[in-house]
Design a binder for this molecule. Structure first.
Ligand SMILES: [Fe+2]
Length: 258
């Protein structure tokens, strides 16, 4: 790779990184769609796959505007960073996030719990993209590239919206709660089955639920201190997320329902 000698070169380099990220997301989303069971989550992922394909096309336009691939004057050689969009350069950050997501989908996991895990994985993807597009937009603004800024901003806004939608599905749409309920139900069924088994072997009657002396699988859990792993749109203005224009996310209070 050629020396990155100015901000424009760095912008092009980072555009390539996020281009690879979008390609990987397009490849990974179908398995997540297939694995998700919550209909709203499935629909959200299907919609985001379509949006992601458009975002990739938008990056093609960015590439054209940045004149990536123009011949160096008179040399006949491809200039700058030509060809790297399709040269197999891979965004290792996105690769790691997707790899984590794929691993959990292969675990022995209840469908409701998997839905919660898929949302978490998708939000990691969204946050990476928000960071990337926010930074790219800041660079393009610095370079006075108005058209590039506009294109990047469209995508950045879509990533924010996707992140907010995922939080809504997880926290307010019941996905996290269903994962919790399912876990509780499974624990209860397991305890009940074990109690029956123990009682049969000891020739005694089945103990009523809750009277078993077995300790809970989650003895240390405090009902009041639960916090969600899902995130809300940040209002802080940092370089990596410069497009958070002070928009505040919907203020909703999560109540621990236990
Ligand atoms: Fe994207």
């Amino acid at each position: 790779m050629e020396k990155l000698q100015d901000l424009r070169a760095l912008l092009i380099h980072e555009v390539m990184d996020v281009y690879s990220a979008e390609e990987q997301i397009i490849e990974a989303l179908p398995m997540m769609i297939e694995s998700a069971t919550n209909p709203k989550l499935k629909k959200a992922l299907e919609d985001h796959l379509k949006i992601t394909k458009k975002q990739k096309q938008r990056l093609d336009k960015v590439q054209q505007l940045l004149k990536v691939g123009e011949d160096k004057k008179g040399t006949g050689k491809k200039g700058g960073l030509f060809g790297l969009f399709s040269s197999g350069q891979k965004c290792k950050g996105m690769s790691g996030i997707i790899s984590e997501g794929n691993s959990i989908m292969k675990e022995d996991i209840d469908p409701e719990v998997l839905d919660a895990a898929i949302i978490a994985s998708c939000q990691k993807v969204e946050h990476y993209e928000i960071c990337s597009y926010g930074t790219l937009k800041a660079y393009a603004q610095e370079l006075g590239l108005a058209q590039v800024v506009k294109l990047l901003d469209e995508t950045l806004e879509e990533e924010y919206e996707a992140d907010i939608l995922l939080t809504d599905l997880a926290v307010f749409g019941g996905v996290n709660q269903e994962a919790e309920t399912m876990g509780t139900s499974n624990r209860s069924q397991r305890n009940s089955a074990e109690s029956r088994s123990t009682s049969r072997s000891e020739g005694r009657s089945v103990l009523p639920t809750g009277s078993s002396s077995r300790s809970s699988a989650t003895p240390g859990r405090s009902s009041g201190s639960r916090t969600s792993a899902n995130t809300k749109r940040s209002t802080s203005k940092t370089q990596t997320t410069p497009a958070s224009k002070g928009k505040s996310s919907t203020k909703k209070t999560v109540s621990a329902k236990r």
